[in-house]
Design a protein around this ligand. Structure first.
Ligand SMILES: Cc1cc2nc3c(=O)[nH]c(=O)nc-3n(C[C@H](O)[C@H](O)[C@H](O)COP(=O)(O)O)c2cc1C
Length: 196
């Protein structure tokens, strides 16, 4: 039997991404998100309209989508209750605070990107440089950001040697499920389109 349920959020589980965007003073802000999926060579990112990262992207389309591995969960959570915005939205007042240095707070190390302005996060094994092509307003005070992938950096140990394949035994994405962090479980099957 299936029950009618009304969960407070619809976060059934997606990978965490740390998007980095360029502040107007040339610094780089970090925004943890989980609303991120790929459509061909475009990433679609769901961002709240009060996100400082979104404000940055409206001004400068360069973005890095940094993908943390499961072992970084506590560092992600260390910056979770912060925003790069100088003023808190009513929604964030009381629960969040402004933080200019999310890098120091989370223990993250910046490294220059090659094709866009914001820094890459060294601790993330995968860093995707992209350029925003479209920002579509959505319901619920959020927007869907369409970002075309320009270049992907993958740490050597998560790449199958001599190939462009991510090593599925080495890659351990951090998953966000109903506001809890999980590591990936065991493989249960493979698609008919699996390449190795
Ligand atoms: C694991 C995790 C996932 C999140 N997912 C999203 C998301 O998909 N979209 C979003 O707008 N905010 C998301 N948030 C909340 C933002 O990180 C939060 O609003 C933060 O203040 C944004 O920072 P900024 O204002 O500096 O951009 C998430 C937070 C965490 C910790």
């Amino acid at each position: 039997m299936h029950l009618h349920i009304e969960p407070s959020v619809l976060y059934f589980g997606t990978p965490v991404a740390l998007i980095t965007t360029l502040d107007d003073d040339g610094g780089t802000n970090i925004t943890p998100i989980s609303s991120a999926w790929a459509l061909g060579s475009t990433y679609v990112l769901g961002l709240g309209d009060d996100s400082h990262g979104l404000a940055n992207l409206r001004r400068d389309p360069g973005i890095v989508i940094n993908l943390p591995e499961a072992s970084l969960a506590h560092r992600v959570e260390a910056i979770a209750a912060t925003t790069g915005a100088a003023a808190l939205s009513p929604h964030k007042a009381g629960a969040y605070r402004t933080e200019k240095d999310k890098w120091g707070l989370g223990g993250f190390t910046p490294s220059p990107a090659e094709l866009v302005g914001p820094m890459r996060i060294v601790e993330c094994p995968v860093q995707i440089e992209a350029r925003v092509e479209r920002i579509v307003p959505c319901d619920d005070d959020a927007s869907a950001v369409h970002a075309r992938v320009l270049r992907i950096h993958a740490r050597e140990d998560v790449v199958v040697p001599g190939t462009h394949h991510v090593d599925l035994r080495a890659w351990r994405p951090l998953l966000y499920t109903f506001r809890h962090y999980f590591a990936q479980g065991e493989e249960v099957a493979q698609s008919f389109r699996a390449e190795y």
